[in-house]
Design a protein around this ligand. Structure first.
Ligand code: ATP
Length: 297
């Protein structure tokens, strides 16, 4: 019995850890059920985060060798800065986030955090340093409290409530039949898109990593909800290194740097006003989107 119990218990812990760090990522990256593609270097040290400087250095990448996706992509996000990536569908925006999480290894060049090549540190320490607010948060068939608290091992109820409050979710939770003990998911309460995003924000607040990725929702929230969520994301990103995968240009106006990606190449970079004045790819995208904006947006 003992022999059976220990491995099972160990597997349980392992499963929980994997589930914790990967659920939202796997959903975002469409990796569920797929084998991981990268190997951990034996004896790799943990990542030492100082300020959280992110650097892509001449990165080439392809999922399939016959079809290159990124070509010589170089950019730096200084600690505390916000960099937004814009570009047409399929240009490689989400791929940058996948490479930062090291779901795949680059084909050439390097991705570094505070000067350390992410291939040379443990994957656990890398993922501890990174947080993502995905487009569509995954909810477990469990309680609201669990759904927030799983982001941090050993989180206390007080910490979970504080995170929910900061994500402006606490009032909603208290209005449900069993509060933090209310079950959600397939067999429980269904949450709206905005509520799910707030769960994702609460998780991120609880985990409190130095580097954040916001994968902006393409799906429509009503404009009131969208502004509220945007304001919360701005607050969560204060003093952190932030990479925004932007689908709407209206949210990149304040970014410290905007990268315009086209077919896997950075074709323009700069701040909003500079890029508009240049009258190039970004200005064209901006004008296109401004013209197609719904009247109430
Ligand atoms: P969107 O704005 O539509 O989300 P994106 O700019 O984020 O697009 P990516 O998801 O990074 O684009 O995809 C870049 C290219 O890589 C696309 O041509 C896509 O078809 C391809 N691609 C993405 N994921 C995979 C994969 N797992 N295997 C093979 N090709 C992939």
């Amino acid at each position: 019995m003992i022999q059976l119990y220990i491995p099972l218990n160990f597997l349980g812990v392992l499963y929980r850890e994997i589930k914790q760090s990967l659920t939202d990522l796997d959903k975002m990256f469409g990796l569920l059920g797929r084998e991981r593609e990268v190997a951990e270097a034996p004896g790799a040290p943990a990542l030492r985060v100082q300020g959280g400087r992110v650097e892509f250095d001449a990165v080439d990448f392809a999922y399939d060798p016959a079809r290159p996706v990124l070509h010589g992509v170089s950019f730096t996000i200084e600690p505390g800065q916000r960099v937004a990536v814009v570009g047409p569908s399929g240009s490689g925006k989400s791929t940058l986030a996948r490479l930062l999480f090291r779901f795949y290894d680059v084909k050439a060049g390097a991705v570094r955090i505070d000067g350390q090549d992410i291939r040379h540190v443990t994957q656990h320490s890398l993922r501890q340093a990174l947080g993502i607010v995905p487009q569509d948060a995954v909810l477990f068939n469990d309680t609201l409290g669990y759904n927030i608290g799983y982001a941090k091992e050993g989180a206390t109820p007080a910490e979970i409530e504080a995170a929910a409050q900061a994500a402006q979710l606490d009032g909603f939770i208290r209005s449900t039949p069993q509060g933090y003990g209310t079950r959600v998911g397939e067999r429980g309460l269904k949450l709206s898109g905005g509520e799910k995003q707030r769960v994702a924000i609460a998780r991120t607040l609880l985990k409190n990593p130095p580097i954040l990725i916001f994968d902006e929702a393409t799906s429509a929230l009503d404009s009131h909800n969208e502004r509220a969520i945007q304001a919360q994301l701005d607050a969560v990103g204060q003093n952190k290194t932030v990479l925004v995968i932007a689908h709407r240009l209206s949210t990149v106006v304040d970014a410290d740097q905007i990268l315009v990606l086209e077919a896997g190449r950075i074709v323009e970079r700069g701040r909003h006003a500079e890029l508009l004045a240049r009258g190039g790819a970004y200005a064209r995208m901006w004008n296109l989107q401004a013209n197609s904006q719904a009247p109430d947006a």
